[in-house]
Write a protein that binds this ligand. Sequence first.
Ligand code: ZN
Length: 451
Amino acid sequence: MTRWLAEQAWLPDHAAPTPDVLIEAEDGRFTAVTPLARGTSPQTGVEVLAEAGRLPGLTLPGLANAHSHAFHRALRGRTHGGRGDFWSWRDVMYDVAGRLDPDSYLALARAAYAEMALAGVTCVGEFHYLHHGPDGRPYDDPNAMGAALVEAAAQAGIRITLLDACYLTASVAGEPLAGAQRRFGDGDSLRWAQRVDGFRPAGPHALRGAAIHSVRAVPAEQLATVAGWAYRQGAPLHVHLSEQPAENDACRAAHGRTPAGLLADRGVLGPDVTAVHATHPTSADLALLAEHRTGVCLCPTTERDLADGIGPARLMADAGIPLSLGSDSNAVVDLFEEARAVELDERLRTRRRGHFTAAALRDAATVSGHAALGWADAGRIAVGERADLVTVRLDSPRTAGVPPVGVFFAATAADVDQVVVDGRQVVRDGRHLTVDVPAELRAAVAAVTGD
Ligand SMILES: [Zn+2]
């Protein structure tokens, strides 16, 4: 039994945080969550309170980073100057992709996931497509690269949903994979399913999921194989959708349908499916996503960085589409920034304020993200849920004087002070307990960039 006394805790279905909450957990689950009357503890023994660990600041449920490509962390600061667009950025990304092997992938992902832990992320959705050796030949263990990611998350102390991506072609027109892309391909969707079937992620911290890289990368007639595999496994299925207008144009030219329309036609959409980005959907696309109860994962800092555009977050929410958040390219790892961007970018677009409540942003960063990754029992500080806690300082230069309800508009990842994952402390006093994050990031990035 572990007990914490949170100075402030944000409980489910509360519009604002509650002061003085006694939180108890055993075997990685919350067993009691008790708001105490301010300054008194009538129903709680003095000894109980004395032994409870103090959590000064605001304690949140675990944050879920629902969309990550761990190796993109090596590109941070290397692709942001000068001109260029998504496609020129992608060329640089392919360069790094070409250099990774299972050992360097483990080192880089371990450091990247430890950075996420420091930022309060208790679960990552890794959208994984770097499957094979540099020439496209499988490793002896054809899932060696996925296993490296699962191990990296274990060593960083966070949970992972490995979204194993089917990636077969270089364009909607079906051009073959070339260069660094050869590492991504399994040949066809049946062989993808065979490989994924053979993968058993080691550890209770990991779940297996599926991904369709995009309509560019999986031919229309093979989409149903991937969706069917995910459906039979009860696994989450993610897909990059309409990140770029060029993808919409190419899909219309080849199939006479938008990407969302094509996915709907092929039976891909459903309640366990998450469309990543959905920056350029039509109103009919939004209706389709809503009708199938398909979620959307917004990645605002990446969408800014790549000049993608601003997704219609308010229209999505109005349609009943669940919203989650991802750091995607990991140029920024800060779920507070992703969350407030949902509101602030909408303000830029509409020149109006007040689209999302603080509680709605919290839900996108916590419970909705966990649900999108297949962890229906995480993201809420409530009895029976996984014991994830993220405590944010309210006395830092950024947060001093900020009311607890305003934290999503004021805090950054640097204000995260304590992180508990499944009942186990991973970050204490702003430091990762097992990983020297800056040193490991420096070494792992140097190893794959040649610097
Ligand atoms: Zn992505």
